[in-house]
Design a protein around this ligand. Structure first.
Ligand SMILES: Nc1ncnc2c1ncn2[C@@H]1O[C@H](COP(=O)(O)OP(=O)(O)O)[C@@H](O)[C@H]1O
Ligand SMILES: [Mg+2]
Length: 330
């Protein structure tokens, strides 16, 4: 019997009471791992759905706990599907945890999907952002900085040439806004001090962009895809530190369609140039600095192992994802 390992252990985004009630039987095996109906993180729910679907199709499905699984456990699997990804390994275990995680995925004899290479490509934002740019997709002007080898002069040239008054610094391997900072009335000392503090915390690369107020004013349009097919989209804004979500019905149709067309093209390119992806999220923000077009979007981010809050899809993504994972392994 072929064995599928699913990497989990985020502790994030519990499913709703309703989802649990509707899927009680599928969730039951989670009790073996001390996970009960009162708190089922999204990744455990995905694991349980894959286990259910897998067992119907003659597979053994086991959890691999992201923070602690070993190369030996990985090698006992034929396939490994990643839900808990590199960013979590960094958040929980720092640079060492990240290295360990990536090393196992690199070395294992199992078929890892998305592959370790693909994961690295997306985690290293500068790599995929440069790819997007080369392919002609809109990205907002971005300076990529290696914190182990940088000088402030070209950074200040980038800021001054573009006449940015406020900038945003985002670390690579950052997520959920960690390490993320807005610098107002930007000057060389403020930039230098902040970059040094990030370097001391172990970040190795950062991105610098203009702080764009429309980003949050209009909200990010996040589009979710399974096997190259759009499953749902939603709009996200931030208010008082909390995410505020709007369903896709609330997004202006022509704007949503523009984003979906672009994301579809992008997935075609990625599948051809890199590898096909079981799931992917492509996030759009606005606005590009273009007087000829109102509300022109750019691609802000892509995620290949996104955190999937159940409210995003009323839980329907988990079952669809499980089916495609089993298809991939069949
Ligand atoms: N250039 C920008 N201008 C204004 N706000 C931004 C900008 N870039 C990111 N943000 C805000 O910061 C949040 C996190 O940034 P993002 O690029 O999505 O990184 P991550 O999700 O990996 O933390 C976004 O959701 C958005 O609210
Ligand atoms: Mg984001």
């Amino acid at each position: 019997m072929k064995r599928i390992g699913v990497i989990i252990g985020t502790d994030d985004e519990p499913v709703s009471k309703k989802y649990y009630k509707d899927n009680k039987k599928i969730m039951k095996p989670l009790e073996e791992y001390d996970i009960y109906g009162d708190y089922i993180p999204y990744d455990f729910a995905i694991f349980a759905e894959i286990k259910d679907e897998g067992e119907k199709n003659g597979f053994e499905v086991v959890p691999l706990f992201g923070e602690s699984f070993t190369l030996k456990e990985a090698n006992e699997c034929d396939f490994i599907f990643t839900v808990f990804e590199g960013v979590y390994s960094f958040m929980k275990g720092g640079a060492d945890g990240y290295k360990r995680f990536m090393n196992i995925l690199k070395k294992t004899t199992a078929d890892v999907f998305p592959s370790q290479r693909m994961q690295e490509f997306v985690i290293n934002k500068h790599k995929y952002m440069k790819y997007l740019d080369q392919k002609g997709y809109n990205i907002t002007p971005t300076k990529f900085v290696n914190l182990n080898n940088y000088s402030l002069k070209p950074i200040m040239t980038f800021i001054n040439k573009n006449q940015f008054k406020e900038i945003i610094v985002k670390p690579e391997l950052g997520a959920f806004k960690t390490g993320f900072k807005i610098i107002k009335n930007v000057n060389e000392k403020k930039v230098g001090d902040y970059l040094e503090s990030l370097r001391k915390k172990g970040y190795t690369r950062i991105l610098i962009q203009e702080f764009i107020p429309e980003f949050n004013k209009y909200g990010e349009i996040k589009t979710y895809w399974i096997n190259g097919k759009n499953i749902y989209s939603y709009k996200q804004q931030w208010k008082d530190g909390e995410g505020v979500f709007q369903p896709q019905e609330k997004i202006e149709k022509h704007l949503l369609n523009e984003c979906l067309d672009t994301a579809h093209d992008l997935l075609t390119d990625i599948f051809k140039d890199h590898e096909p992806l079981i799931q992917c999220r492509v996030d759009f923000a606005c606005c590009m600095n273009n007087d000829k077009k109102c509300r022109e979007f750019f691609i802000n981010e892509i995620e290949i192992s996104p955190t999937i809050g159940e409210q995003e899809s009323n839980g329907k993504a988990y079952g669809l994802l499980a089916k495609e994972v089993i298809n991939y392994c069949s």
